[in-house]
Design a protein around this ligand. Structure first.
Ligand code: DGY
Length: 335
């Protein structure tokens, strides 16, 4: 077996892999659950390619369990914080992700959360289904307007930019913060202004998080940030859960420090902090950013294409650590 796929994927991608390598060379973990660690360590032995999803921790132990013939780990996600990239690089293993194809889909979901949190859609639905709606009322479930407000984008990569582009249709002012500003032409096309984090927190009516999870961004949104935000502000996170301190957010939501939150990602998925689950003004959904049939199929096809390229001896199109494929890295780990 040359390829191990850690979770069932859209058929189109599996067909691409079995066409390329033959059915006997591609194995898929048969159960529809996260593969247990012991099963993973046993299943990877001797494979040349691994296709994990974001719940599979790919560290040195897994790479060594696979053995020195492992050439690629093709992550089924754009984020790759589940992977120890330096460990892969040191072993000459290419790491790839699935950028671009999920950008617009995730941006749509960030907007869905923004609108749902601002207009109390979750609360309204629960209220109606519980049979509590007795009449239209002037003060029933009042939200906050989105139109003509200020959107703050935290992390202006592909998805952040796609979210910012949509703000034009709502007549919004767009601020953003990142480690560096965009080139002036990109900034002008988006009509976005680079600001420091303090200004973003102070002036935004909506903050949408789109940074990767790194040691620097872990808990980038915690009690001090919530204190600094407007009491009418809405926070949306479709990036990675640990960027937000969930306990502090629940506190801020309960005490009216911010108006609402829309969360697609959580610190310890699939667990959700119990205080957060108790907040009516939090819209909570189970990591659905890229979850459309079209996008999930494209992600799988891209992961498959990366594997095929690497096993043909090429640099895979979405390699995040091309330095792993330098002659030196390969020599060091193959001796
Ligand atoms: C990703 O790709 O990183 C998303 O979180 C899941 O699609």
């Amino acid at each position: 077996m040359r390829v191990f796929v850690c979770r069932r994927l859209p058929e189109s991608a599996l067909a691409v892999l079995t066409d390329a390598f033959g059915e006997r060379e591609v194995a898929v973990y048969p159960e529809d659950r996260v593969i247990p660690r012991e099963d993973l360590l046993a299943a990877v032995r001797g494979v040349e390619a691994l296709l994990p999803i974001l719940t599979d921790r790919m560290d040195a132990e897994v790479m060594d369990a696979a053995g020195p013939q492992l050439k690629i780990i093709a992550n089924y996600a754009v984020g790759f914080d589940n992977l120890d990239v330096p460990a892969a690089t040191a072993r000459g293993i290419a790491v790839t992700n699935t950028p671009d194809v999920l950008t617009e889909t995730t941006a749509d979901l960030a907007w869905a959360l923004m609108m749902a949190a601002a207009r109390r859609i979750g609360e309204g639905e629960r209220y109606l289904r519980a049979g509590r709606w007795k009449s239209w009322a002037p003060m029933l479930l009042l939200g906050v307007d989105v139109y003509r407000k200020t959107l703050g984008v935290f992390g202006m990569g592909r998805i952040g930019q796609a979210v910012a582009r949509r703000a034009g249709a709502f007549g919004m002012r767009v601020l953003y913060h990142d480690t560096a500003p965009l080139p002036p032409d990109a900034e002008a096309a988006l009509g976005a202004t680079f600001v420091d984090k303090t200004t973003l927190l102070r002036e935004s009516d909506f903050i949408s998080i789109h940074c990767p999870l790194t040691p620097e961004t872990r808990h980038a949104f915690a009690a001090p940030e919530f204190h600094a935000m407007k009491a009418t502000a809405v926070l949306v996170n479709t990036a990675r859960g640990p960027v937000v301190d969930e306990a502090a957010l629940a506190d801020a939501l309960r005490h009216g420090e911010i108006f609402a939150a829309g969360l697609d990602v959580f610190e310890r998925e699939p667990a959700v902090h119990p205080d957060l689950a108790g907040c009516e003004n939090a819209v909570l959904i189970p990591h659905l950013g890229s979850a459309t049939a079209e996008t999930r199929a494209r992600m799988a096809e891209i992961a498959a294409a990366n594997i095929i390229a690497r096993l043909r001896g090429e640099i895979p199109p979405n390699c995040v650590n091309p330095e792993a494929l330098s002659a030196q890295a390969c020599r060091t780990t193959r001796k």
